[in-house]
Structure formats: structure tokens, C-alpha cells
Design a protein. Structure first.
Length: 318
């Protein structure tokens, strides 16, 4: 395997800002270093994309969201983005330009879901925060100033641990009689945490030690890692899930999760497209401006999100 053009430089840049052992640092220090990647790899917010913060409530739980509106809507669908970061690091700030660019490229209103992080807020806290954000938003669109959005035309998006929650939210919505979803588009999903309870293989930008640490933070009780809402590949049920676009990266130790998830969806009759991005490392969304192949990967991803939302195109657009 060889790095795609620009990816080796990307790995070196990230390793310089986040040393491979940074997961051993105090959690607040980890979070500060991760948020500072926006300065190490600066990407501006596209012109014309507006954003505002709001809170929504569902089932007695209040969730914070950030709403992004493109300069021109392509239709009445909406995408929800759940950030990666092992459930421990990351913020609305760390993924701000990414979600704004998704809104701009797809022409869709985009909602970034915020959540309380582990270890202070372990499973099921982050997941329930995101479910409240999803349901609360779709139930209160007019009050949020989102007239013309179809509450049955939502696409769930995310990378890494955020992709895990996007997958699981699809299952929760099915199991709880929640929102009908238009699709799911996930990058480098981690779907079996039992692999990492005692470490595991290292890959560029994702070490076994890091995965072990984040697994312990999210699932402080070992048996939690076997829950189907944590590790769907173990005992999860894959029927009646929304159409999917699944991205695996060639040099990512989580590629196997993406491949297995794709197979489970196919076995259950769910329309799914799997793309293996050659020469790419784990969840390379931040490389989109310094690596041409990474930029092409991100463009394909945005096109796929728009396609999943396509049945809602033209409803209430402006």
C-alpha cells in the first residue's frame, strides 16, 4: 500500500500537532490540541454559508445543535453531521468548516449535533444526546426557522466514532418508532469495540493504544462494548435501515468494519454503495485541501449525500 498524493504530508502534519501518544495526555489537553488542528490545517468557511446555534428538546433531554444554511438551498432535505473524535475529543468548533462545506456543496441545510463527551459522559450519554438532537430538530423545524424542510428527508452523516453514532441512530429510529430517514453516509465507521478492549493494530493516525483508551472512556464497563448500540457488528439487527453510502480507507484499521457493515446491509436488502478510497488513512476529511485525491474523495462523499437526499429535492427550496 502507498499513500495517495499529499497524504504522507498530511500524516506528518497531524503527527506533529498530535503526537502518536497524545491520548495519554490529560483529557482537557487532548481536547485543546485536537481543536487546534483548525489552525494547523486551516480551511475557511465557504462564502454565503450562514450558521447559528440553537437548543432542542426531546424526551426531557436538551441537546445543542449548530444550523448551517447554504446560500441557496437545493431542496427540502436536511443532513445531520456527527463528528468523530473517539467520543472524547472534538467540538462544534473542530468540525465547523467541514459541516459548512457540506452544506455549501450539497445545497442542503446541515445540522451539526453536539453531545456530552466521555469519560465524563460515557455510553449511552453521547448517543442519547444525538438522538435528542435529531428528533428534537425534526419535530420543531418551523420554530428553528427551517420552513420548507421535510422531516422525513434527513440524511445521517459522520466519520469514525461519529459514523458509529450515525449507524446506531438509524437503528434507534427504527426500533423506537422515531424519524423516517432518507439515508446514511458514513466514513470509516467503528462498529466493533470489542476489538480494541486490549489494544490492537496500529495504523497511520490511529493507534491501537488510542482505540483502547477511547473504548475504555466510552464503555467503562467491559460488557457495554458488546451492546448492539455500541458494537452493531456483534449482535445488531440490520433490517429496515435507510439506504447507505459507506466509505472505507485502504490504510485504515477500521476498513474491515466498513466492509462488514456493507455486507450486512446487502444481506438485509438495504441499498448500499461501498467505496474503498485507495491510499487514504483513517477518516481523511481534514486532508481535503492539501491532498488532491482527498479533495476528490470529499467531493464524491458530498455528491453521495446529495444523491441520498435527492428524492426530497425541490421541496420547499429557495
Amino acid at each position: 500500500m502507498a499513500y495517495a498524493d499529499g497524504i504522507e504530508k498530511f500524516v506528518e502534519t497531524v503527527d506533529g500537532a498530535l503526537p502518536p501518544d497524545f491520548y495519554t495526555y490529560p483529557v482537557e489537553r487532548q481536547r485543546a490540541l485536537y481543536d487546534a488542528l483548525t489552525e494547523v490545517l486551516p480551511i475557511p468557511v465557504p462564502e454565503g454559508v450562514g450558521h447559528r446555534d440553537a437548543t432542542v428538546t426531546h424526551g426531557g433531554r436538551t441537546a445543542r445543535i449548530r444550523i448551517y444554511e447554504p446560500a441557496r438551498r437545493a431542496g427540502g432535505a436536511v443532513l445531520f453531521y456527527i463528528r468523530g473524535g473517539g467520543f472524547v475529543i472534538g467540538s462544534l468548533h473542530s468540525h465547523h468548516s467541514l459541516v459548512a462545506e457540506l452544506a455549501d456543496r450539497t445545497g442542503l441545510v446541515a445540522i451539526a449535533l453536539d453531545f456530552g463527551m466521555a469519560p465524563e459522559n460515557p455510553y449511552p450519554g453521547p448517543l442519547e444526546d444525538c438522538y435528542a438532537g435529531l428528533c428534537g430538530t425534526l419535530a420543531d423545524l418551523p420554530a428553528l426557522g427551517l420552513d420548507g424542510i421535510d422531516p422525513e428527508a434527513a440524511v445521517l452523516c459522520g466519520e469514525s466514532s461519529g459514523a458509529n453514532m450515525a449507524v446506531v441512530l438509524s437503528m434507534m429510529a427504527r426500533d423506537r418508532g422515531g424519524p423516517r430517514l432518507r439515508g446514511q453516509a458514513v466514513i470509516s465507521p467503528v462498529l466493533d469495540f470489542t476489538r480494541w478492549r486490549h489494544g490492537g493494530e496500529d495504523a497511520p493516525l490511529l493507534s491501537g493504544g488510542e482505540m483502547e483508551f477511547y473504548t475504555a472512556c466510552y464503555c467503562p464497563e467491559p460488557e457495554q462494548a458488546e451492546n448492539p448500540y455500541v458494537s452493531p457488528l456483534l449482535t445488531g439487527e440490520f433490517h429496515d435501515l435507510p439506504p447507505a453510502y459507506v466509505v472505507g480507507c485502504e490504510m485504515d484499521s477500521l476498513r474491515v468494519d466498513a466492509e462488514k457493515y456493507t455486507a450486512r446491509l446487502e444481506q438485509n436488502g438495504t441499498p448500499v454503495t461501498y467505496v474503498m478510497e485507495e491510499g487514504m488513512v483513517h477518516a481523511p476529511v481534514r486532508a481535503r485541501r492539501i491532498s488532491e485525491p482527498a479533495g476528490e474523495f470529499f467531493a464524491r462523499y458530498c455528491d453521495a449525500v446529495a444523491a441520498l437526499a435527492g428524492k426530497a429535492a425541490g421541496r420547499g427550496g429557495r
